[in-house]
Design a protein around this ligand. Structure first.
Ligand code: NAP
Length: 307
């Protein structure tokens, strides 16, 4: 009898859309995501480790006040997390897990390992809370425009419940399979991102040495077979030594560690990943960890100085 009631409740919950969202993590990505959710009327509150950022966003969006964290999270049917790395995500989930009601859903948009996604899904499932891994691609620009590409790992029912949340922050939303498959897709994406950065930073450092007009070079290459997003969006800034845009290289370094572990689990090794890790670690040692990944051109320029 109890089992049948539980099944009925689970079926009922699976039909309910998520429309009371709390965003946890107001970094470069989380802030614009929160704004877009607010615009669609889906946001009830925000939370951040550094409290000032949450207070500023509460003021900006004129959000309702909550007595405390318990009051905030117990009223949510969805918490969307976007924090830096695996351990940070585990810490924040365990910060609110006791306050969430059964039937609610945690959607994680951070980039973490597939194993972390699966472990958290198990922890939450034991309390009747669902977990969706939903890493994103498209950079801060995509987060601001609400045009992120979202790689989703989830049960089909939970995926359907979250469609309005995803539609508020992204434009390409793809269900990749069960929990963990979103993060596996993101790891594949990051190998490609690292490879494109290697190619574009090396090629533009070479173009500088050939004394080419860099504006014309970027224009003509963008229109041909070598054209790509990174060249279009980071080509001009990197040749002008502007590295304060976009995606911090310390975050790509963290992601490439996940890629390296994933490839190792598959019994292989990939020089592209290993070499990129070495170079981004070198840039972090040189105090460039907060710069965009296009700062890799600094090391590619050195190849010519050392010649
Ligand atoms: P960010 O600007 O560095 O923000 C990181 C956020 O995580 C901040 O809210 C920070 O809180 C919080 N945080 C870090 N450690 C924490 C901890 N131990 N406990 C609680 N909160 C913690 O990073 P971001 O660019 O928004 O990136 C967030 C995630 O999205 C990362 O996994 C990243 O790989 C991924 N991502 C980023 C981009 C991009 O272009 N930036 C693109 C796709 C995916 P504080 O404010 O207190 O520091």
């Amino acid at each position: 009898m109890l089992t049948s009631i539980q099944t009925d409740i689970e079926f009922f919950m699976s039909e309910i859309k998520l429309n009371k969202v709390v965003v946890y993590g107001l970094g470069a990505m989380g802030r614009p995501m929160a704004r877009n959710l607010h615009e669609q009327g889906l946001l009830i509150g925000v939370k951040n480790r550094t409290e000032g950022k949450a207070m500023a966003m509460n003021d900006e969006l004129n959000l309702a006040e909550f007595e405390d964290d318990e009051d905030l999270f117990s009223q949510a049917d969805c918490v969307l997390t976007c924090v830096a790395a695996d351990d940070d995500l585990k810490a924040v989930v365990h910060d609110f897990i006791d306050h969430l009601k059964p039937g609610s859903v945690v959607i994680d948009c951070s980039t973490v390992s597939p194993n972390t996604a699966r472990t958290l899904a198990d922890d939450l499932a034991s309390r009747g809370i669902s977990f969706i891994d939903a890493p994103v691609s498209g950079g801060v620009e995509g987060a601001k425009k609400g045009t992120l590409s979202i790689m989703v790992g989830a049960d089909r029912e939970q995926y359907k419940r979250a469609t309005e949340v995803f539609a508020a922050i992204g434009s390409q939303i793809t269900h990749m399979g069960r929990v963990g498959q979103g993060q596996a897709t993101k790891a594949v994406n990051q190998v490609m991102v690292a490879g494109v950065a290697q190619a574009v930073c090396s090629a533009l450092a070479m173009a500088e040495q050939c004394n080419l007009d860099m504006k014309k070079t970027i224009e003509v290459l963008s229109a041909g077979a070598a054209g790509n997003w990174f060249l279009d969006n980071r080509g001009t800034t990197m040749v002008n030594d502007e590295f304060n845009v976009g995606f911090k290289l310390s975050l790509l370094h963290k992601d490439l560690k996940i890629c390296q572990a994933t490839v190792k689990e598959l019994g292989a090794q990939m020089p592209l990943i290993d070499d990129s890790l070495t170079e981004y670690a070198q840039l972090m040692d040189m105090d460039h960890g907060n710069e965009d990944i296009s700062a890799l051109i600094r090391l590619k320029r050195q190849l010519f100085e050392d010649a």
